[in-house]
Design a protein around this ligand. Structure first.
Ligand SMILES: [Zn+2]
Length: 502
């Protein structure tokens, strides 16, 4: 007790001498000023203003020059730059290491450190390109996502839980029969295939209601389904029936989950629209029998008109095809951004003969590079762009998703792939405002995250990005990031690079 008066005196003197900003009990306040606020709820209002961050949230938005900062706030000048909401990529696969064969993650051997370094850099690479919210569509290894969420700085991460393929259908068909049910335990039961489903899996645990409930229990915000008959050696795979899709639709609605469908062909997207899915997870690069038609046909347009009418969420994912084409473009690995998102050891491996293994898989006949590029440009890339352009002209409900990485390709790298996808969307005919909305508020609304993120509005999480250029003037602006705020914490862009000297 006798220490009390002196302790109290000490405390009082400290309080008297300490300005409020340094007082631990005061909220941390950052006043970002001299910025043009670019927010999707009102993109036309490009007045110079200021934003107050209090703790993790946006507390005040002043759309006028000269607004005075609160006492005690740390003032940060945006130096005439552009402040946008943190970007959202609603289609990523964090477990897959781009460019590496699946066997490598099962048995990394001498490459253990190379893979560990990649996972450590992964959240930083997304932040480096301004992505502060991600949705992982297929949780295969929960521990990779947990590690991502434990990183010192990382985007907010949501997921669709274990994905929902049809038994022995895409993509579980790519795994050997003895492994595929372990890798995809949340499959839909198919009575027609009961002989090829191990007996330990009971039909009642694999009904549409049961698999959606399993995702819900796992904390998912969405359910990822597939309609894909396959390609290459794996053609004619079994696909779900309309009744199964209707069952998933009903259960997802009841459980409050967003229903997504992997669908990249005319047939599959027709199936998806008929099933009333919320989001189609791919662009349409495969037109089936119509592949050789130089323009969109009437039947394709009719389907696209329905998507526009029904406001189906659409992820064009043009970089899926461009990411395969990258193996035939000698300039691709020279992109100056690549050493910023990929650690040196993995990049060195991409450049090694071993690192080109996937190139052989997509070009077994050794077709020259120039011909391969043309085949992509005149085939799937042309088709997916024509579809995106048609939808853009009718202001369809684009939601920005990259599918990074879509295959074991080094053509889809974290963060950078979003930037390249934006370039693709712009070339396909989306306006800069459409791209901006797709990567912010449209994604937030579609995935029911709009009370938290997607625009610069008081009360939302302070996930913000400061750009030197306006994203409504050029798509290159997305590569002029200065600072990224994650839950109110500012991070200098350069410090996020894989090759930064931090
Ligand atoms: Zn995907």
């Amino acid at each position: 007790m006798r220490f009390f008066p002196s302790l109290l005196a000490l405390l009082l003197s400290v309080l008297a001498l300490t300005p409020p900003a340094a007082n631990q009990t005061e909220p941390s306040r950052i006043w970002i000023t001299d910025v043009t606020i670019v927010s999707p709820e009102n993109p036309a209002d490009l007045t110079r203003g200021s934003v107050l961050i209090e703790n993790e949230r946006i507390a005040r938005v002043e759309r006028q020059a000269g607004a005075k900062p609160l006492d005690g706030a740390t003032v940060v000048s945006g130096q005439g730059g552009f402040l946008i909401p943190g970007l959202i990529d609603s289609h990523v696969h964090l477990v897959s290491v781009p460019g590496t064969p699946p066997e490598l993650s099962l048995n990394p051997g001498v490459h253990t450190t190379m893979l560990a370094d990649y996972y450590q850099q992964l959240p930083r690479s997304y932040l480096y390109f301004g992505y502060t919210t991600l949705i992982d569509l297929a949780v295969a290894k929960r521990e990779i996502l947990d590690g991502f969420r434990r990183a010192a700085v990382h985007p907010d991460l949501y997921d669709c839980g274990p994905s929902v393929p049809l038994a022995n259908g895409y993509p579980m068909s790519f795994a050997p029969p003895e492994l595929r049910f372990q890798l995809f335990p949340n499959f839909l039961y198919d009575p027609a295939q009961s002989a090829s489903i191990p007996a330990l899996y009971k039909p009642q645990d694999h009904t549409p209601e049961a698999v959606v409930a399993a995702d819900k229990r796992a904390g998912a915000i969405c359910v990822k389904t597939y309609f894909e008959r396959g390609f290459g050696k794996d053609r004619n795979l079994p696909v779900m029936t309309p009744a199964m899709a209707a069952g998933v639709r009903k259960a997802a609605t009841a459980d409050g989950l967003v229903m997504m469908m992997h669908a990249n062909s005319f047939e599959a997207q027709q199936f998806a629209v008929n099933a009333g899915v919320d989001v189609i997870a791919h662009g349409m690069w495969n037109w089936g029998e119509l592949d050789q038609k130089p323009e969109l046909t009437a039947e394709i347009k009719t389907l696209l008109d329905r998507m526009v009418e029904e406001r189906t969420g659409y992820q064009a994912t043009i970089e899926v095809m461009a990411g395969l084409r990258a193996y035939f473009d000698p300039e691709y690995l020279k992109l100056p951004a690549i050493p910023r998102v990929i650690p040196a050891a993995l990049l060195g491996w991409f450049n090694s003969p071993e690192g080109k293994w996937f190139r052989k898989e997509i070009n077994e006949d050794n077709v020259p590079d120039g011909e391969m590029r043309q085949a992509f440009d005149r085939g799937p890339i042309r088709r997916v762009r024509q579809v995106a352009g048609y939808l853009a002209a009718r202001n369809a409900n684009f939601v920005f998703g990259t599918d990074t990485p879509s295959a074991p390709t080094y053509g889809n790298l974290p963060g950078l792939n979003g930037y390249l996808e934006m370039q693709q969307l712009h070339e396909a005919g989306l306006s800069l405002e459409q791209i901006f909305r797709a990567a912010t508020i449209s994604n937030a609304r579609e995935f029911r995250l709009d009370s938290q993120v997607g625009s610069i509005v008081p009360g939302k999480i302070a996930n913000l990005v400061l750009l030197r250029k306006s994203p409504l003037e050029s798509v290159d602006a997305y590569d002029t990031i200065v600072t990224v705020w994650v839950h109110g914490k500012p991070i200098n862009r350069d410090s996020l690079a894989a090759n930064s000297s931090r």
